[in-house]
Write a protein that binds this ligand. Structure first.
Ligand code: DC
Length: 245
């Protein structure tokens, strides 16, 4: 890349648990920086949906992994770059599965469970690794996930680990679900959040953990605007320093 200050395009990793505000923050940070958003959770959700549509149990590791590999090879999962519609939920990315628009379907609470299950299968993670690395290779990207800074891009130029208390995360999730007409209780949502945290941090493959060199940001007490502003400054500082060599 030519050495024009400010022109360097970084890879920004944002990892953290469900409901930490990651999706909103990642989307708006990408918009603010003029970067592309890569929502890696959407890939796991789409594999979970494809498995369900194909009549496979999420626990059938071999069959689900074979399906994931086949989809990746055939480019059956297409995540639109830069076409974000927050009204579908999550980060707002538009996703097609073998030509069928599944942007809304992958946001169903059931697919949160399915994604969590299929993401525990090592061969599924392996298949999706290739897609994620391709999506981020050119830089100028904000990658949102669980293991971006630890596994997908351990050499990312900027790494964030976004957290919030379980209560705050459950409330946010619940408000999002309620706004979309899902009749769930706050209590059940909190139980869900706690259970998903446990599954995601205790799984043997690529468990959710903060990379040693990630900047931890607790969003419990801050507005999204404040968090995004702080992150944008940190990225801009880093990019400016890189440009200076
Ligand atoms: O961020 P999300 O809620 O869309 O993620 C759905 C599930 O996928 C979540 O249970 C964790 C898993 N996931 C993962 O294991 N690794 C990623 N990079 C992204 C998501």
């Amino acid at each position: 890349m030519s050495g024009h200050a400010g022109m360097r395009r970084a890879r920004v990793a944002i990892d953290g648990p469900a409901g930490s505000g990651k999706s909103t923050v990642a989307r708006r940070l990408a918009e603010r920086l003029g970067y592309v958003l890569v929502d890696t959770g959407a890939l796991y959700r789409t594999v979970a949906l494809a498995a369900q549509r194909g009549g496979l149990a999420w626990s059938d590791a071999e069959a689900v992994a074979a399906l994931a590999r086949r989809l990746v090879e055939a480019r059956g999962i297409v995540v639109a770059r830069g076409d974000l519609d927050p009204s579908v939920g999550g980060s707002g990315v538009r996703v097609t599965l073998e030509g069928d628009d599944v942007s809304l379907a992958i946001r169903a609470p059931e697919m949160s469970v399915g994604a969590s299950r299929v993401s525990a299968i090592p061969a599924v993670r392996q298949a999706l690794l290739v897609v994620q690395r391709q999506a981020g290779a050119a830089g100028g990207v904000v990658l949102e996930g669980r293991d971006i800074g630890t596994v997908v891009f351990p050499d990312a130029e900027v790494k964030f680990f976004l957290t919030a208390s379980p209560e705050v995360r459950a409330r946010r999730r619940w408000e999002e679900l309620s706004a979309r007409g899902a009749g769930v209780s706050l209590e059940d949502t909190l139980a869900d959040v706690v259970e998903r945290d446990r599954a995601d941090t205790e799984r043997p493959v690529a468990p959710l953990r903060k990379a040693d060199d990630a900047i931890e940001i607790d969003s419990s007490e801050s507005s999204a605007d404040e968090v995004i502003e702080r992150m944008a400054r940190l990225v801009e500082d880093r990019v400016a320093r890189l440009a200076q060599g």
